[in-house]
Write a protein that binds this ligand. Structure first.
Ligand code: NAD
Ligand code: MG
Length: 393
């Protein structure tokens, strides 16, 4: 029996994880579920999965959740705030952690799970993008197991040799090929992109996801963050990470070997596949995902990404090449820009302009530790906010 903490249980990845867990009550038990503000939803999940602990974002949410539990006669410990998230991610009572909080808010608890030597199932790519080497060092020092949930990285993981040691040349690997759907604006006239609405941007053609990652997919910052994620997970130099547009989202990514072989992982676009893979690894369990019907799909297409259409992808490669705190600065500026776009305070094309402007002013430096990193993250956010206020981004 494996005990699981789900950080961000009420999100898209959290709900898909619970769906897979519900299919295997003999293998998994939920230790803790966390949510930020959707308290009623979390209460329903708790009623069904009976965790030992539930964590929410504030004292008032905690009071509401306790009242709901009392009404239902449930005896579940209720906590709130970042230290409680870190506690349930590192508690002796949990074996594995699904890191599925969105954005930088997930860094501290995900890192706590890594430091505690847990099996870390990483969906929260922003945490790794921000902390890079510090995160990978924490995993190595505590002998934690790190398994990628992001569908591309999970695919690459499945196409790598089992004994892969994060050195591509040692295993005859030439490149990792990250596939990208191209999002909802792949074919839209560039001059009309300024006018797109948040509703259009979050309407992804192939995947149903949270709002922030959906906007990131529309700008292709999501792929940029994934390039940085691949660098850290697989020890891949930026030059050996290639992005390929593949609109059908059937091939989830590939590994290209020096003998000319290219290994790919295919499947329907449904996050329950990588989630089930990571939960059961190295075994396999059913996920509820229908088998892929290639004849029905008919054709698989590929094209190169257009960096003029998607400047965020270029910005992410730039940040990776600069290194140090540059990816954290990129991520912080992006989080502020996406939130402002979703709130209709800036237009779609302002997202990349704002990030570029913050990166120009804050070039990124070496970082000694997480506190150092968080200072730079704060600084980048403040600068992005002030550019938005000035309206001159
Ligand atoms: P979502 O918006 O649907 O859910 C986010 C979860 O995080 C919610 O449970 C929410 O309560 C919690 N949360 C939000 N802000 C918080 C805060 N400040 N403190 C604590 N908890 C907070 O997002 P999602 O689509 O499930 O994505 C989650 C993560 O997984 C992201 O990092 C995303 O990039 C990554 N990811 C998602 C998908 C997908 O298909 N949805 C695929 C690959 C990677
Ligand atoms: Mg992905």
């Amino acid at each position: 029996m494996q005990t699981i903490t789900i950080l961000g249980a009420t999100g898209s990845i959290g709900a898909s994880t619970l769906d897979v867990l519900a299919r295997h009550p003999d293998r998994y038990r939920v230790y803790a579920l966390t949510a930020h503000s959707r308290v009623e939803e979390l209460a329903l999940q708790c009623e069904r999965f009976r965790p030992e602990v539930a964590v929410v974002g504030s004292a008032s949410s905690a009071k509401l959740l306790s009242d709901l539990f009392r009404g239902k006669g449930l005896n579940i410990q209720v906590e709130y705030g970042e230290s409680a998230l870190c506690a349930v991610a590192s508690a002796p009572g949990c074996d594995a952690v699904m890191a599925a909080i969105v954005g930088a808010a997930g860094l501290a608890p995900t890192l706590a799970a890594a430091r505690a030597g847990k099996k870390v199932m990483l969906a929260n790519k922003e945490a790794l993008v921000m902390s890079g080497r510090l995160f990978m060092d924490a995993i190595a020092e505590s002998n934690a197991t790190l398994l990628p949930i992001d569908s591309e990285h999970n695919a690459i993981f499945q196409c790598l040799p089992r004994n892969y040691g994060r050195s591509m040349p040692d295993h005859g690997i030439a490149k990792v090929l990250l596939t990208a759907s191209g999002g909802p604006f792949r074919n839209r006239a560039i001059e009309t992109l300024d006018a797109v609405t948040p509703e259009e941007a979050v309407a992804h053609p192939n995947w149903v996801m949270g709002r922030k990652i959906s906007v990131d997919s529309a700008t292709m910052m999501n792929k940029g963050l994934e390039v940085i994620e691949a660098h850290w997970l697989f020890g891949a130099p930026a030059a050996d990470i290639e992005v390929v547009i593949h609109p059908q989202s059937v091939i989830h990514s590939m590994v290209s070997y020096i003998d000319g072989s290219v290994l790919a992982q295919l499947g329907n676009p449904d996050m329950r596949t990588p989630i089930a893979h990571a939960l059961a690894y190295p075994e396999r369990i059913a996920s509820g995902v229908a088998p892929v019907d290639l004849a029905l799909i008919g054709q698989l297409a590929f094209e190169r990404p257009d960096l003029n259409r998607f400047p965020c992808l270029r910005l992410a490669y730039d940040a990776l090449l600069v290194g140090g705190s540059a990816p954290a600065i990129l991520n912080a500026a992006n989080e502020v820009a996406v939130e402002a776009f979703l709130d209709r305070r800036i237009g779609f094309r302002m997202i990349d302009r704002l990030i570029a402007r913050v990166m120009d002013r804050l070039p990124g430096t070496d970082v000694a530790d997480i506190d150092d990193l968080l200072v730079q993250d704060r600084h980048a956010r403040d600068m992005a906010h002030s550019f938005i206020q000035q309206g001159t981004s």
